[in-house]
Design a protein around this ligand. Structure first.
Ligand SMILES: Cc1cc2nc3c(=O)[nH]c(=O)nc-3n(C[C@H](O)[C@H](O)[C@H](O)COP(=O)(O)O)c2cc1C
Length: 299
């Protein structure tokens, strides 16, 4: 594999100094599996400028029953269901390995109540190895029944609750399945978030070609990949008009040009998601393409 072509200039992302602006989307690059396959070569030429872990929850989760994937036109529908080892398993098994990565570690967490998310944030935030925390808010609050990231007041209440529990940068990963994503982003900023990331996957569905029953074990799933790229661009642009904290632009990025569009729309860094399943070195390639475009623009 040819990882690690020279990337663009260093980026300050809410206090983290990154060697370039390309990171991964949570859940789309398993660094521990990649280390097993590629060995220490991965550490010498890591494809991203920061690493975002897969979402962890307080208790372990099995995830949804299969099938978990459906290939859609220019996209992927997944209903993985956030399988993970839980907080204890993450700290015990994964953190010591992720600490070896040559880039800052952002731990992504999700919970069903303020108390759960608060415990995740304060515990994870107490580890020096964790540079920042991303909160995935695409989940219903058991106390209110509302999806935390779909409503500005819900998001504000959550961020206010966790803000005092850590001094690590807090990134709120917004859901695109909201009426007014920019209002949610503004609520997150006003409650003390250091950055927002968007977009997560869009709610989608596929039917079994013979039975017409839902194909996915979770019935609905989340659409990602090139099919969502122009939606991501619109949402990043709109959010950037309303907030002043940094934005992680995510959605369908496959090339340096795609990354540049999100940066021009107002993102500070760009995350590569589904494309890494097709090509685990995509992050390096996209970073190098972006650097080449930026050099040309400066000439
Ligand atoms: C298979 C799969 C698993 C994902 N798992 C997570 C996750 O654990 N936590 C999260 O916040 N986002 C998760 N995402 C969302 C991605 O990080 C990203 O926001 C989304 O896929 C859009 O980017 P893309 O079009 O480049 O894939 C997942 C996406 C995919 C396709």
């Amino acid at each position: 594999m040819s990882l690690g072509s020279p990337g663009p200039a260093a980026v300050d992302f809410c206090g983290l100094s990154l060697a370039g602006p390309i990171i991964n989307g949570s859940g789309t690059f398993d660094a521990i599996a990649a280390l097993r396959v590629f060995g220490d070569g991965l550490l010498e030429a890591f494809p991203f400028d920061a690493y975002v872990s897969k979402t962890i929850t307080l208790a372990p989760r099995q995830g949804n029953r299969p099938p978990r994937l459906w290939e859609a036109g220019a996209g992927l529908i997944n209903s993985i269901g956030l399988p993970n080892k839980g907080l204890e398993g993450y700290l015990r098994d994964d953190l010591p390995i992720l600490t070896r990565l040559p880039v800052p570690l952002i731990t992504n967490v999700m919970g069903h109540s303020h108390a759960e998310i608060g415990e995740l944030v304060s515990t994870v935030g107490s580890y020096d190895q964790v540079a920042a925390i991303e909160i995935n808010v695409s989940c219903p609050n058991v106390d209110s029944g509302l999806v935390m990231g779909a409503d500005p007041a819900e998001t504000a209440a959550l961020v206010s609750h966790v803000r005092g529990l850590t001094n690590k940068p807090l990134i709120i990963k917004l859901t695109p399945n909201a009426t007014d994503v920019a209002a949610v982003a503004l609520a997150a900023q006003e409650a003390g978030a250091d950055a927002v990331s968007l977009i997560n996957t869009l709610r989608a569905m596929a039917l079994h070609p013979k039975t017409s029953e839902p194909w996915l074990g979770g019935k609905t799933g989340g659409l990602s990949g090139p099919a969502v790229r122009s939606i991501a661009l619109a949402q990043v642009y709109e959010v950037a008009q309303r907030i002043s904290i940094p934005i992680v632009g995510i959605g369908g990025v496959q090339s340096g040009d795609d990354a540049l569009n999100l940066l021009k729309a107002g993102a500070t860094v760009v995350a590569v998601g589904t494309e890494s399943f097709r090509d685990p070195t995509a992050g390096s390639r996209i970073g190098a393409e972006l650097a080449a475009i930026s050099r040309k623009e400066r000439e």
